[in-house]
Design a protein. Sequence first.
Length: 106
Amino acid sequence: MLVTTTPSIEGRRITRYYGIVSGETIIGANLFRDFFASIRDIVGGRSGSYEEVLREAKDTALREMQEQAAALGANAVIGVDLDYETVGESGSMLMVTAAGTAVSVE
C-alpha cells in the first residue's frame, strides 16, 4: 500500500475516495527506561530506548491505518498526518495517531 503525506500522488490518478482512516496506539514507558532517560538528560546524548518506543508506536499506528484502508478496498492513503501526545496522570504514556484519506489510484 502506498502511503504519503502529500494530497496527491504524482503520476497516479485517484479513481475513488473512501474517506478518512486512522490508526492509534498508546504505549507506556517503563520505570527502567525512565530512569536511564533521566541519566541521559543529565549527561547529554540521545535516548535510544525512547527512540525505539517512538518508532514502535509510529509503526503500529501506521499499520493500523493501512489495515483500515485495505478493509475499505483502498490501495493508497494520502494526506497522512502523524500526531504525538503524552497521556495519563503523569504523562507517562505516549499516544501516536496516524490519519489520512484512503483512496484507490491507477
